[in-house]
Ligand binder design. Structure first.
Ligand code: PLP
Length: 454
């Protein structure tokens, strides 16, 4: 049994050399060694995208154990938005770890948790009194938002949408749309979950109001407002393919919820915290959700999640009905407070918009030159391209997978997504420099060109 020697590896954070550098083939020998140990020791169900052993990361790069430096266009799935090992986050984590690591907030409360709740209440959409509760993962936040909505309304049904992704726990598997790999063989699923058609402008050609009328008709007829506790929706869908609903779709859904006493839950686990060029994506669609779920980008990589929303709804659950041993862990809260400081005071929101313009520009040019790029969409630093058969617009998952693999082999971490698996998504850390992002997109363009469709 060997241990990777990482003592000679540079500390992560923004001082890491900001470059793409390949010194071995991918995976290199040390990465290969770890992957062999992984295959032997870790359950096969836990997959990986990039066949590397990560040892440091920061700015816009991830370093592996063989000394290869990758341009990071994934941020560990929209998590390290402030940048990996951001100095303010590192300092806050070190300070808190030396002070205390856990008391359990339900045993002995501490200030960090309360300060995160105050910040969330201030930053999320809506100028009404709000409250928050903290959890460990996005899925756990979604589960609790549903619990709260049920208690507040006295109703049971929940509506989620086509292409939705809300997590991998039992209730959130039921809410998630895609069977393979998220649900297949893992049932039975939680009951009283219903699915409505989503607005998907590239594929349904419907205006926002038309798509909303279609969804609301299904909800009315198959569920009935009187039975419905909550409608949960990602303002921009994440795993489902970065689908941006047509203009007017979300406001129509929000209006109907409000008129029918249905709790509107915006799942901003992926789209929240400056990612889309506003602090929350809901702001760009003119909706004010009753409850918002957050996680991923909230704490610079530490596990933390939250439900935030109207105080009277949040307070519906009885004392002891919400919580968890680790929810709002003090180190995660310290990291969140440091991250929120960075989001607010280091220009992260305008930076996400700049990165978005750069990516839309480059990917728009790619689309103009290559008919296999069927759609370019997204907001801010949450941008995707949908790869298709140029004749039929049929999804081309094989092409998306091949391009992503080729990019990784060339030193650029690119993620895929989409119900049909044919979407390449770009989620760079907001700390990436323009030059590095351009270079990453050069590699994507070259990889696409190199994959000649038969
Ligand atoms: C990732 C994600 C989740 C689940 O979060 P976990 O922390 O992985 O449990 C829920 N909703 C959305 C929109 C997500 O992107």
């Amino acid at each position: 049994m060997t241990t990777l020697d990482t003592a000679d590896v540079a500390t992560g954070g923004p001082t890491l050399a900001q470059e793409r550098r390949l010194v071995t083939s991918i995976p290199g020998p040390r990465s290969q060694e770890l992957l062999e140990r992984k295959a032997a020791a870790v359950a096969s169900g836990v997959g990986h995208t990039a066949p590397i052993a990560a040892v440091a990361a920061g700015g816009g790069v991830v370093l592996d154990a063989d000394g290869n430096s990758f341009i990071d266009l994934g941020s560990g799935i929209a998590v390290t938005s402030v940048g990996n090992a951001h100095p303010k986050v590192v300092e806050a984590v070190q300070r808190q770890a030396a002070q205390f690591t856990h008391t359990c907030f339900m045993i002995s409360p501490y200030e960090g948790y309360v300060a995160v709740a105050e910040a969330l209440n201030r930053l999320t959409p809506g100028d009404f009194p709000k409250k928050s509760a903290l959890f460990n993962s996005g899925a756990e936040a979604v589960e609790n938002a549903v619990k709260i909505a049920r208690k507040a309304t006295g109703r049971q049904a929940v509506v989620a949408f086509d292409h939705a992704y809300h997590g991998r726990t039992n209730l959130t598997m039921a809410l998630t749309a895609k069977s393979m790999p998220y649900k297949s063989g893992f049932g039975p699923f939680a009951s009283e979950v219903y699915r409505a058609p989503m607005s998907y402008p590239y594929r349904d050609g419907l205006s926002g109001p038309e798509a909303a009328a279609r969804a609301l008709s299904v909800i009315d007829k198959q569920v009935g407002a009187a039975n419905l506790a909550a409608v949960i929706i990602e303002p921009i869908q994440g795993e489902g393919g970065f689908i941006v609903p047509a203009e007017g779709f979300l406001p129509a859904i929000a209006e109907w919820c409000s008129a029918n006493g249905v709790v509107l839950i915006a799942d901003e686990v992926q789209s929240g915290f400056a990612r889309t060029g506003t602090m929350f994506a809901s702001e760009q669609f003119g909706i004010v959700p009753d409850l918002v779920t957050t996680a991923k980008g909230i704490a610079g990589g530490l596990p933390l999640a939250a439900v935030t929303g109207r105080a009277e709804i949040m307070d519906a659950a009885h004392a002891g009905g919400l919580g968890g041993t680790y929810g709002g862990n003090p180190i995660a809260c310290a990291a969140a407070l440091a991250s929120i400081d960075v989001f607010e005071n280091e220009g992260m929101v305008p930076r996400a918009r700049e990165l978005g313009e750069l990516m839309l520009d480059r990917l728009g040019a790619l689309q103009a030159a290559d008919p296999r790029v069927g759609d370019v969409r997204g907001r801010g630093a949450m941008i995707a391209i949908e790869l298709v058969d140029p004749e039929t617009q049929a999804p081309d998952a094989a092409l998306a997978g091949a391009v992503a693999r080729r990019c990784i082999g060339e030193g650029v971490i690119v993620l895929t997504c989409g119900t049909y698996g044919n979407v390449l998504r770009f989620l760079p850390p907001l700390s990436i420099g323009d030059a590095l992002l351009h270079e990453g997109l050069d590699v994507v363009a070259a990889a696409l060109a190199a994959e000649v469709t038969a």
